[in-house]
Write a protein that binds this ligand. Structure first.
Ligand code: NAD
Ligand code: UDP
Length: 328
């Protein structure tokens, strides 16, 4: 297959490009590298069947055909990134998604949208099944991301219903692993970087809020299964239902890194969801997908990767963000 991966220079996208190439597909990676990194793709450059196109998918996405599948992952994804790139996030969720859908429609290709657990907002239903419609503040600091993804889901659904495009939606829950940017501001990358540098681990609020962390290899298997499931619209939750408090995660990282770092508390950002855990029965039933890597093992692999990196570099970000979140 010839698969177009938008956002293929990012954390998840680069793993997806690699997995597709490994099984013999041809890959066109389209990315403007606004939050992605060239070094994520360095090992793929020159590989047979791999092509990188530096482009902003909100402007155009014109890839020579035939294209057999489009995986649309382009979007800033960490809270500090999407606050910093607020308008770009709305644009890539709307115009970017439409350009990616048009490309898929042109060639009768399978289209897979990387949506997010953030469509559930601060969920009033726990755990979250796909039937739940969510609890999102449309004008809060997270809205540029949440509403962009909700619009992207609506647009994807309309292309399917009105134009017959073969679309599918996956809702990805917090995923971690090698190639997260050490300064992306997400909790796993912050804690590991801080622990390895001997800095205090910054727990926002009292750390009683929960997330369910999925290892990247598991997640990529789920996206591949969705690409390979023509006709299935989803949405499917893809995530690891093992739920942890942020405090538990901090303790686990301290133990696994044998770090002397202490834990400090910082203010909880506005609208930070209190809890989050996927119901994955649908993905298990229809895609035969379920996560296999326990968090201890996934974190061990991630810590090993972080240890191997050059001194971490930061993207330019203000000292504090609009939501009062300490910048990475
Ligand atoms: P990431 O920031 O590492 O990767 C996103 C990629 O998209 C980057 O390479 C970036 O440069 C690219 N991009 C952004 N806007 C673009 C544009 N206009 N044109 C071209 N490229 C553009 O983030 P990630 O964690 O790899 O997330 C990938 C996708 O998965 C995103 O759509 C995100 O919303 C979704 N997702 C991720 C998670 C997670 O835990 N990692 C959870 C839920 C959903
Ligand atoms: N968080 C934290 N310390 C950090 C970074 C994040 O306590 O250094 C918290 C954050 O407030 C949230 C959880 O960890 O409750 C997950 O944050 P992340 O940004 O990774 O993902 P999201 O909020 O999008 O689920």
């Amino acid at each position: 297959m010839h698969v177009v991966v938008t956002g293929g220079g990012g954390f998840l996208g680069s793993h997806l490009c690699e997995a597709l190439l490994r099984r013999g597909d041809t890959v066109t990676c389209a990315d403007n590298l606004c939050t992605g990194e060239p070094r994520n793709l360095r090992h793929l450059t020159g590989a047979p069947g791999f092509r990188f196109v530096r482009t902003d998918v909100t402007e155009a996405l014109d890839v020579p055909g035939p294209v057999h599948a489009v995986a649309h992952l382009a979007s800033p994804a960490s809270p500090p990134d999407y606050e910093r790139l607020a308008l770009q996030t709305l644009a890539v969720g709307s115009r970017g998604t439409e350009n990616a859908l048009r490309l898929a429609h042109r060639d009768g290709a399978r289209f897979v949208l990387a949506s997010t657990s953030e469509v559930y907002g601060d969920p009033a239903v726990h755990p979250q099944p796909e039937e739940y419609w969510g609890n999102v503040n449309p004008i809060g600091p997270r809205s540029v991301y949440d509403e962009a993804k909700r619009f992207a889901e609506a647009l994807t659904t309309a292309y399917r219903a009105r134009l017959g495009t073969d679309t599918g939606i996956v809702r990805i829950f917090n995923t971690y692993g090698p190639r997260m940017r050490p300064h992306d501001g997400r909790v796993v990358s912050n804690f590991i970087r801080q622990a390895l540098q001997g800095l205090p681990l910054t727990v926002y609020g009292d750390g009683g809020q929960t997330r369910s962390f999925c290892y990247v290899d598991d997640l990529i298997r789920g996206i591949l299964a969705m690409i390979d499931a023509p006709g299935l619209p989803g949405p499917y939750n893809l995530g690891n239902p093992a739920e942890r408090t942020v405090r538990e995660l901090a303790e686990l990282v301290r133990v696994l890194t044998r770090s002397p770092s202490r834990i400090v508390h910082r203010p909880l950002p506005a609208d930070d969801p209190v809890r989050r855990r996927p119901v994955i029965d649908r993905a298990r039933r229809d895609l035969g997908w379920y996560p296999a890597v326990p968090i201890e093992e996934g974190l061990r692999r991630t810590v090993a990767w972080f240890r191997d990196q050059d001194p971490p570099r930061a993207h330019p970000v203000p000292a504090t963000t609009a939501a009062g979140r300490p910048a990475a």
